[in-house]
Design a protein around this ligand. Sequence first.
Ligand code: HEM
Length: 205
Amino acid sequence: MRADMKAELVPDMLTELRAATAEAHARLDRAFGALDLADRDGLTRFLSAHAIGMEPLFPAFRSFVEDELGMACPDYPAMLREDLRSLGDDQDGLPQLAVAPALRAPRAQVGVSYVVAGSRLGMAVLRRQGYWGDRTASGTAGRYMEDESGHAVWKSLMPWLKGQSFDQGEREAVTAAALAAFSSFASAFAVSAGRKNTMETGADG
Ligand code: HEM
């Protein structure tokens, strides 16, 4: 087969990432989607799982957004910290996940950024469905949920992914990093189940 014909058969990186992570997304969508965000504890669990899962991913996301896309990066860890503080959550107790080797590979930033930026699409859906608290009041836990700047990152990332070419090794590294990023949120969802926040535990700990 001629090289130019072969190149035509290789899907762009966005298409490849969508196909490779569709199942992981569906699982996560079901897990997070089952939480009742209208309930204070449900929202606390949701945000704490995002904080735990985001932690190992954020340095890669920030470097990519700032250095490669040339955009200001939304500070999700800070938003999540503030939101959890508003809910009285004890963040000293947040478990830390190990950083998977796939997240350290060259070009891992691309796969991680696909997952973190793409997750804002789901957030927009959940925001429209509503969540606990008055989002207009001060002290609300809606900083992470209401952020719009991540959508701008997604809109820049899509053409970047479609236009960039990657060799086979890079494609595999990008895909492995995206799957590891989904796993980070999945593990975070699982470990967040055992947590209790300071408001819940109260005097009897
Ligand atoms: C940590 C949790 C989540 C992560 C990491 C995540 C990740 C992603 C990614 C990467 C995309 C982009 C897919 C693409 O167009 O290539 C996406 C899209 C989307 N997600 Fe999620 N997601 C999460 C949770 C959710 C939840 C809970 C929902 C349920 C409401 C959801 C609903 C959606 C929807 C509706 C889209 C847009 C699909 C489209 O327009 O084609 N996501 N998400």
